[in-house]
Write a protein that binds this ligand. Structure first.
Ligand code: AMP
Length: 376
């Protein structure tokens, strides 16, 4: 087993990607006394606003990556679509404790589902297709509803199409023809969606955050509630599955696995090799956040044992919610508003989130309802 490579403050942590996840990682690292360098093409991106230095260039610009590696003692990333050559280069320098493998797997839905299946874990039935003809043939193996997704590049519901009936087949075939390699999945009639967020060190120590329950609207995460309303058996299955994958993939850092729950069964959906939107609640509701724990893992520090201090609900603030939230913010005394400093408010774009904490999920659900009514 690898030993932890300890990096102490005020050394520099480099982050590839300058969005909200990088920003919240940077804030956690700054509390601890680390310096931050970020690489992102957008000047004054959300992470740059809280960083010491920004390298303003494309994510796959090797000169920029080399510069980031020179000024950083350790490097992490805030999204999975990191250029794999860049990741391999940094890994060879010994500055990417998370490694390139988790990126390679999570960049591609075919590899992701195959790794899960090979580990003996339950996933929705799927077929891979590369064009319209294969799509039409493959759809004969499915019952409606089903969903077709691009194997790479999709996020927040982009790059996927749900099929409800025969009439939707031509659109699915056109989708496959246009997008190249796609995955067709059986739609799981789930009771709820959950995510397991955990952190693993370089030496294999693992700490789980409480399992979160997620509600999506238009395929975008809308609300996360903790604790999730699941049985102990489902909880045990979800944690076991996450542990198996973490070890098999030799994960380092904070990692998330989204799952569907159907009765007492789970089906694994997606993995993210980074802190996750459904783990934002940990900032106020746990003794350590998913970001703080991530910084500990990549810096070679032992993990803080996690405890849930309060029940929580996190609601995303999308572009259309910014103005109404700002209007009620002066009176919003029971919700913690986080705005990410993004330039350009667009509908459906994640601009921030608000977290409510309380003694019970019922109590918090009333807070969320009051927030939503006030926002109208
Ligand atoms: P994904 O980008 O794969 O996480 O999909 C976004 C959301 O679409 C999920 O969180 C689910 O709400 C829904 N979804 C995607 N695939 C399936 C599936 N096979 N069965 C049921 N719901 C799905």
């Amino acid at each position: 087993m690898q030993k932890n490579n300890v990096i102490l403050p005020p050394k520099t942590i480099g982050i590839i990607g300058g969005g909200q996840l990088g920003r919240m990682m940077a804030i956690a690292a700054r509390y601890m006394g680390y310096k931050i360098a970020v690489l992102d093409p957008t000047p004054d991106c959300p992470t740059a606003q809280v960083a010491d230095e920004q390298i303003t260039t494309a994510y796959d610009d090797m000169d920029g990556i080399k510069k980031l590696a020179e000024i950083s003692d350790v490097i992490t990333y805030e999204f999975e679509n990191v250029d794999l050559d860049a990741a391999a280069y940094i890994e060879n320098l010994g500055k990417l404790p998370q490694g390139a493998f988790a990126l390679e797997v999570t960049q591609n839905r075919e590899k992701e589902k195959t790794v899960m299946q090979d580990a003996g874990l339950p996933v929705p039935y799927f077929n891979i297709v590369t064009n319209s003809k294969e799509c039409e043939q493959a759809l004969a193996n499915f019952t409606f509803p089903t969903v077709i997704k691009t194997c790479s590049g999709g996020y927040d519901g982009k790059g996927q199409l749900k099929l409800e009936m025969d009439d939707d087949i031509p659109a699915a075939c056109a989708f496959a023809e246009k997008n190249g390699t796609c995955i067709i999945e059986q739609w799981v009639p789930f009771d709820r969606e959950i995510s397991v967020v955990f952190t693993r060190t370089q030496s294999g120590e693992i700490e789980f955050f409480p399992i979160a329950e997620n509600d999506h609207k238009d395929h975008i995460l809308y609300q996360t509630t903790v604790p999730a309303n699941i049985s102990e058996a489902v909880q045990a299955k979800a944690l076991d599955a996450a542990k198996i994958l973490a070890e098999k993939m030799n994960i380092v850092g904070t990692f998330a696995i989204e799952m569907f729950v159907n009765g007492e069964n789970i089906f694994l959906n997606e993995m993210a090799p980074r802190p996750h939107n459904s783990g934002h609640y940990t900032i106020e509701a746990c003794n350590i956040s998913q970001f703080g724990q991530h910084i500990r893992a990549i810096s070679g520090l032992d993990l803080t044992p996690v405890s849930l201090l309060k029940s929580a609900a996190m609601v995303n603030i999308l572009g259309e919610d910014v103005e109404p939230t700002l209007t009620i913010m002066p009176e919003l005394t029971n919700g913690f508003v986080h705005l990410y400093g993004k330039d350009g408010v667009k509908p459906k774009r994640k601009m921030g989130h608000v977290t409510f904490i309380g003694s019970t999920v019922n109590e918090i659900s009333k807070m969320v309802t009051a927030y939503e009514e006030a926002k109208q």
